[in-house]
Design a protein. Structure first.
Length: 305
């Protein structure tokens, strides 16, 4: 249950006494996040398939497709495109655009499974940044659970020989900017319409992609136009559901469920792109989920106390 303190803009989340009963808003946020990860997985698969296109061109098509959808929906609903907390919205747009460029670029150098897995150090970084930025407190056990998950991330990577130093550097920088996005969205909370937040991101990324494409444009042929357009459609649903999830529940509770995308993309890598994974990768996947579940259960019990 959520209670809004009048005039403060602060939302308090009440956790039921039974730890097995999740708050309705939390359940809803988890569902939103799972749909988001599924949509992003399909989009990432398309990017990997279209990896012969320049990075900025992929960013442009992915962003433009979503921008057209969000702009149309906002106008239909009579919602201002520019919002009211413009400084935060601009920071969100810039951080998201940089993260997207880095991620799409890394897919040129890294297998899809390793790229997504390494990027998902971001929720771990989110929890750590929340301690630094918002002075949130975490106990020793919580740090241990994060360490377990982070160890799992390393194992899922499996020391993939396709991971070059350049690609690794890009994906880790991508994770840092993604973590900042989570924090900014959490800061915005319900103060802005979710489509406005997505629209700022897509507008910024479209401009960045367009400028970058001037130097390396490659004209699509035939079905490639459809696939490039699909990037924007699946990207829209992924972005919208993620934003909704972060808006209705605290980011540090919802962000870990983005790891579900690891399962989706590892499956794509295995069955679609013929990538190979070691036993260490599967052990790492287990450790990621294990650490996250322990972290969530501990946090719930801590809130009850």
């Amino acid at each position: 249950m959520a209670l809004l303190i009048p005039g403060s803009g602060i939302v308090c989340y009440l956790v039921p006494a039974n730890p097995l009963t999740l708050p309705p808003l939390y359940k809803k946020a988890i569902v939103f996040m799972v749909w988001s990860t599924l949509s992003f997985s399909v989009m990432t698969g398309l990017v990997k398939y279209l990896v012969h296109f320049p990075t900025f061109e992929l960013v442009f098509f992915r962003s433009l497709g979503t921008l057209l959808i969000t702009t149309a929906l906002l106008k239909k609903q009579g919602v201002s495109l520019w919002g009211t907390h413009r400084r935060l919205l601009v920071f969100r747009g810039l951080s998201g655009a940089i993260s997207m460029v880095l991620f799409f670029g890394a897919l040129h150098f890294i297998s899809i499974g390793s790229a997504v897995t390494l990027r998902y150090t971001a929720p771990l970084l989110t929890a750590i940044f929340a301690v630094v930025v918002y002075k949130e407190k975490m106990r020793a056990l919580q740090w241990l659970f994060i360490l377990i998950s982070f160890t799992g991330v390393v194992l899922v990577k499996g020391f993939d020989p396709s991971v070059s130093y350049w690609g690794f550097s890009m994906i880790m920088l991508c994770a840092i900017f993604s973590a900042s996005v989570y924090l900014i969205i959490g800061k915005i909370g319900t103060l802005e319409h979710p489509l406005v937040i997505v629209n700022y991101f897509m507008l910024t990324a479209t401009l960045v992609g367009l400028l970058g494409s001037f130097f390396s444009w490659q004209t699509p042929v035939g079905i490639e136009w459809v696939l490039l357009a699909a990037l924007g459609i699946f990207g829209f649903f992924g972005q919208y559901f993620m934003t909704k999830a972060f808006q209705i529940y605290p980011s540090q509770w919802v962000a870990p469920f983005k790891y579900v995308e690891v399962f989706f993309t590892l499956s794509l890598g295995l069955f679609v792109f013929s990538e190979t994974y070691t036993l260490l990768s599967f052990l790492g996947t287990f450790l990621i989920i294990f650490g996250l579940v322990l972290h969530v259960i501990y946090k719930q019990k801590k809130c009850e106390a």
